[in-house]
Design a protein around this ligand. Structure first.
Ligand SMILES: Cc1cc2nc3c(=O)[nH]c(=O)nc-3n(C[C@H](O)[C@H](O)[C@H](O)COP(=O)(O)O)c2cc1C
Ligand SMILES: Nc1ncnc2c1ncn2[C@@H]1O[C@H](COP(=O)(O)OP(=O)(O)OP(=O)(O)O)[C@@H](O)[C@H]1O
Length: 319
């Protein structure tokens, strides 16, 4: 897979191509449909490459600093998922105030015609682009008629409502990881490098792999979940664990111990031999077992609840 991080990286010899454009955060089922249509358009033109054109940071983070949406997929994961959905190349345009000021015509000339030599452009019918989001599907259609590209504006795909990154972020914030997974077409995944916790877990009988809940990441509502832990990149010298491992996952700041930092903690069922510090892991959420973490009066009460959580996770994950 090719990933370009600026228009210059595309190179003068690239193209012609079929292009699809958007933020693609989550690469959800709507995005996957857009990519599938782009693939068909590419095959119909003798096998042109499909380029997924996207932005980083998210435009809202630049236009309203501090108020941008939580990130469902990091850029590297997003590029991988876009490739899996059918993109041959991903162009990540660094989004800044200068790009935000480009008129729709400027965007078309610089990106679609200039860098990518688009023969077809595929977007959802709600797609907006250019300064103050002034460009839409009809703007593309009109420009394409004189600049040599066709435009496919797709009706929004979905179930009860169209799948969208905004909808998925809302479900994650409510802790409804099942609805998020339904719209994503795969389980919700949170990734991170395992940090040292308070080293209490082992004493309690439930050692946990802790990853920080990054402030800009879409992390499910505090509570306890069942899911799977996968090691993506073992720390140097660490054992390799190939299979996804079943886990009871706690999201929160450990109120029983007056914790402050919000973390995603995974106890891999029935394992106290794992070495995960420094490894990059993924946590896939399957179901929510209970609501917010509780501030227990005693450790014994916490342990009773943790045992019930672990039994619940075992039941869910073995079915
Ligand atoms: C399944 C599970 C449920 C948990 N529930 C709670 C809870 O309700 N309240 C709480 O304060 N901590 C809860 N925790 C977090 C524990 O307090 C935490 O794992 C323990 O203090 C070890 O922390 P450490 O990894 O930093 O050593 C839970 C952890 C797990 C794995
Ligand atoms: N459900 C959908 N069906 C078809 N096309 C979609 C759907 N959702 C998004 N698209 C299209 O996919 C591309 C990327 O979408 P983008 O990430 O910008 O929107 P989104 O998922 O709706 O996010 P947001 O909720 O932030 O608006 C755009 O061309 C958009 O129109």
């Amino acid at each position: 897979m090719l990933v370009w991080h600026s228009l210059d990286e595309v190179g003068p010899d690239f193209g012609p191509s079929v292009v699809t454009i958007g933020n693609f955060d989550g690469v959800h089922r709507g995005h996957q449909e857009v990519l599938a249509h782009a693939r068909s358009q590419a095959e119909a033109r003798g096998g042109l490459p499909v380029v997924a054109m996207t932005f980083h940071p998210h435009p809202m983070q630049v236009l309203r600093p501090g108020h941008g949406p939580a990130t469902i997929t990091e850029p590297a994961e997003r590029a991988e998922l876009l490739a899996k959905a059918g993109a041959d190349a991903v162009l990540v345009l660094p989004f800044d105030r200068e790009v935000a000021a480009w008129s729709p015509e400027e965007f078309i000339d610089r990106v679609l015609v200039g860098a990518l030599k688009a023969k077809a452009v595929v977007v959802g019918e709600n797609f907006r682009f250019g300064h103050k989001a002034a460009g839409h599907v009809d703007t593309l259609v009109e420009a394409g008629a004189t600049k040599g590209f066709e435009v496919e504006g797709l009706a929004l795909a979905g179930a009860e409502q169209p799948w969208s990154s905004t909808y998925i972020r809302g479900k994650i914030a409510e802790g409804d990881v099942e609805a998020a997974a339904e719209a994503l077409g795969r389980p919700l995944r949170v990734t991170g490098v395992v940090i040292e916790g308070d080293k209490r877990g082992r004493e309690l009988g439930y050692p946990t792999a802790n990853i920080p809940a990054a402030a800009d990441a879409a992390i499910p509502l505090d509570g306890v979940y069942a899911g799977w832990l996968t090691v993506l990149e073992p720390a140097p010298g660490a054992p390799v664990y190939d299979e996804p491992l079943p886990a009871a996952i706690s999201v929160g700041s450990n109120p029983t111990f007056d914790g402050v930092d919000r973390r995603v903690e995974s106890y891999v069922l029935d394992r106290d031999d794992l070495e995960l510090y420094g490894s990059k892991i993924a946590v896939d959420f399957v179901t929510r077992l209970r609501g917010s973490q509780i501030k227990f009066e005693s450790i014994d009460e916490l342990l009773v609840q943790m045992k019930a959580d672990v039994d619940g996770a075992r039941t869910v994950l073995s079915s």
